[in-house]
Design a protein around this ligand. Structure first.
Ligand code: ZN
Length: 465
């Protein structure tokens, strides 16, 4: 969807910002933005978030002076809806890219994704807004669901997908930065190195558990067999699988280190807002399964890293407020002094980045398997509570995260008054979603067949049979 032109009213709004902000807005308009989304990167497996292994020394160093959000939550448990929420600042049921496409009909139709399985052309993306404001927009993406056939190239003047590793991305973007860094740009990078199969290279595969003796490797078949109950994992096996996952993160970090060095070398880092996040996390049997997906709305999947490195501003703070992936787009636009086109459902985190006191905050997430809502899951997360509503697929769950951070003891029967209040919040959220959705153009559902290469990537990542 094309961007609305900035209205006179919006311009007056911009000028009426606080004096400090208005004074810097002209400069902000010249700054660049880099958004790094790392597929399946768990926050709690990064040094920044106090992980026991030193998996991310380059990220830790680079974002040391930045703002670190310790309670950031994705809006879905898997790539397509979550990434679409990052790019549009809309909840999944509003942007419409919500359903899991691994069904027979989709395969029968020759992998033609209908409405509900793509980021629809009727939805306005961050890249479209910035392109309309004169930014050179470029995206480089790994992983099947990030491909342009799923709608993610909207607003990018250059969009290259299908990368298999961050090394491949670096081969493209480091020369691109050398050539284009003098222009005002928005660069989106999507890495896949933390995603299964957990296999990087011998150096990283052996980095964290070199003495393991057993048959576990990072193949997707192992993950599938465990999730289907066809094999079990010993304590050592699970430990090794996690070590392989951490090896992928270490590899990613080393490659990102090369990107950060290039940004420093070109003197770009100090003129660029750099955001690092993930589309979701990953589970390692905490709730009986591996990987991620629509039925796994626990913190190991929904909690994501969210780091902002602000040019010429050392903030260096941890922020505990519960925030959401949909807040990324309004924060970037606020930073660039661009009035968000309506509607966006997130809010700017810039005041928090600059030191405003944390509030409590609430996050919502939703995932679904198909449009008949058989397996739809909705989640409400506060600092203390997690309420999971399984629409048709099992009992609802309530966790007291203060006493039970691992989400083990379902307290749904013990807290009837709280459930009443949380249910009301859910209802209000659903009504607001309906209101916003009605204000948007209808989904076009314009089909576009996936190229054979995309189908192969989705198979490689285990999303297609
Ligand atoms: Zn993903």
């Amino acid at each position: 969807m094309r961007v609305f032109r900035l209205s006179l009213l919006a311009m007056i709004f911009c000028l009426s910002l606080t004096p400090g902000r208005a004074a810097t807005s002209a400069l902000r308009g010249e700054w660049n933005v880099i958004l790094i989304v790392n597929d399946a990167l768990r926050a709690d497996h990064m040094g920044t978030y106090s992980y026991a292994r030193n998996t991310t020394p380059h990220i830790d160093r680079f974002f040391k002076s930045g703002a670190i959000f310790s309670n950031a939550f994705a809006q879905a448990t898997w790539t397509l809806p979550s990434l679409a929420s990052i790019m549009t600042s809309l909840y999944p049921s509003v942007h419409g890219a919500i359903y899991f496409p691994n069904d027979a009909k989709w395969v029968e139709d020759g992998y033609t994704p209908p409405a509900g399985k793509i980021l629809d052309n009727s939805r306005l993306t961050l890249a479209e807004v910035l392109q309309d404001r004169g930014y050179l927009t470029a995206g480089v993406a790994s992983g099947g669901f990030t491909n342009s056939a799923f709608g993610f190239s909207q607003g990018f003047s250059q969009y290259v997908d299908g990368y298999k590793s961050m090394q491949g991305i670096n081969r493209t973007i480091l020369p691109w930065l050398e050539k284009n860094h003098a222009q005002k740009f928005f660069l989106y990078i999507h890495s896949i190195d933390a995603h299964d199969p957990y296999k990087t290279s011998p150096r990283f595969d052996q980095l964290w558990d070199p003495d393991y003796v057993g048959d576990i490797d990072g193949r997707r078949e192992i993950v599938t067999a465990v999730n289907n109950g066809k094999r079990t994992l010993s304590k050592d096996d699970l430990h090794h699988l996690i070590a392989l996952y951490d090896g992928g993160i270490s590899y990613l970090d080393e490659q990102l280190g090369q990107l950060f060095d290039k940004l420093d070398e070109l003197d770009v880092a100090d003129k660029t807002l750099i955001v690092l996040t993930a589309d979701h996390g990953e589970q390692f049997m905490e709730h009986g399964n591996l990987s991620h997906g629509w039925l796994a709305p626990y913190d190991e999947v929904l909690r994501v890293p969210l780091l902002f490195r602000v040019p010429a501003q050392a903030t260096g703070r941890q922020i505990a407020q519960v925030v959401e992936s949909i807040d990324i787009m309004p924060t970037i636009l606020d930073f660039l002094a661009i009035t968000p086109p309506q509607p966006v459902q997130g809010q700017s985190l810039l005041p928090l980045v600059y030191g405003a006191a944390s509030q409590a905050g609430t996050a919502f997430a939703e995932s679904a398997h198909s449009d008949d809502k058989r397996d739809a899951v909705r989640v409400l997360r506060t600092r203390r509570w997690k309420y999971i509503r399984r629409m048709n697929s099992g009992p609802d769950e309530l966790y007291d995260l203060k006493k039970d951070p691992l989400e083990r003891v379902n307290r749904i029967a013990e807290e009837p008054d709280l459930i009443k209040s949380l249910t009301l919040q859910f209802t209000q959220w659903e009504q607001e979603n309906l209101r916003v959705k009605k204000s948007l153009p209808p989904l076009t559902g314009k089909p576009s067949s996936l190229e054979e290469e995309t189908v192969e990537q989705l198979k490689f990542l285990g999303y297609l049979p």
